[in-house]
Design a protein around this ligand. Sequence first.
Ligand code: AMP
Ligand code: ZN
Length: 452
Amino acid sequence: MMKVYNTLTRRIEDLVPLKDNEIRLYTCGPTVYNYAHIGNFRAYTFEDILRRVVKFNGMKIRQVMNLTDVDDKTIRGANAAGIALADYTKTYKDAFFEDLRKLNVEPAEVYPAATDHIPEMIALVKKLMDRGIAYQSDDRSVYFKVREFPGYGRLAHIDFDHQRTGARCASDEYDKENVGDFALWKAWEPSDGPVGWDSPWGRGRPGWHIECSAMSMKYLGETFDLHTGGIDNLFPHHENEIAQAEAATGREFVRTWMHCAHLRVNGEKMSKSLGNFFTLRDLIEKGWSGREIRYVLINAHYRTGLNFAFDALEDARRSLARIDACVEKATDGDTPDWAKKRLDDFAAAVSDDLNIPKAFAALFELVRETNGKGGAGVLPVFKRMDEVLGVIFFGNEKKEVAVPAEIQAMLDRRAEARKAKDWAESDRLRDAIAAAGWLVKDSRDGQSVTKK
Ligand code: AMP
Ligand code: ZN
């Protein structure tokens, strides 16, 4: 039985699928205006571990991760560069997927982009207007009436009834009826330039929060199992998602919420605004591998702060070398009881709110014992553990999980073929790539590839 800490109830609870033995998971994705930093990747590797542990426990998973490709930052970036928004964000979407591959993060089932779902967002805002819980203000933007949604603050455990009086005092300085009200639809401004969509409220663009409510419900249903993000997403983003969704449907939006703690640098959150960040590319240029970086990111409990330091990468390199040397000695066959016991310890640890440090302790115990007792029959245990960890190299897999150049070349040719609507050639290339051991997946954002 898998247990996780639910931020909503502040309790450790059993994670049981609402239906069909499938966990439906929504994970807030990147704003594609820049390269993601490794703090962001702490969140995405935590979610990768989560999905792998769900599968490890015999459940199915359907994961949706949005791509925020329209917001203040993307618009500013595109307009400053003098290029179309879609061209500007494509660079960072592609980079994001490449980085995920380097970190051996399993692809989500769906990566919906905000700009492909404007009609769904307009429909949701319209529903909220019809229900009288949204209003268009003098500034022509549409806002959500926070004080009319009972239970606002439930996720963040903030008692807004006691704070509202103060908030209202200041509210006449704003166009909004109440300072807590947040934008569902933002009216077009000259600085938006060519970016904008027509709506019943005039030209504009969706707010950030509405994107996640609309796209999660489209792909996962009005009520689904699990929603995650970094702890900074908890408030107001996730609180607002709940308000929008539940005010529109009258149903419970999400059963379980999980949040990972921040990656820090010298005690401060790693973030672009503080300027204390490393991108994955920065570290790879310094000679660290995706596998070593993944090791550091996952080897701390997701709810505890993790301080980034180069020592940790050195440690990762040494530890992985030790694992590699041991796995070379391991073979298939009947697994001895002492190794089975380590797998049991490992399974218990990962299923107990993703206790990865404890899971690694079981792995290193296995390494120690294998070095002493020999590796006959131990290989299946390493393989099973790696279904969750994704850091062990097996056999001649001693290369980075990066896509080899010849596979990339075929992928590029396939993208061309698809652009030219040459489906026969596209299929032929897909089969050729499959024959070389890689699985191509197509989505609205193009193709992605995983190792078979
Ligand atoms: P953003 O692109 O800022 O919306 O962030 C994308 C994801 O990364 C969100 O789930 C954030 O909560 C998460 N995130 C941002 N900074 C950090 C950090 N320093 N440590 C862990 N997660 C982070
Ligand atoms: Zn979100």
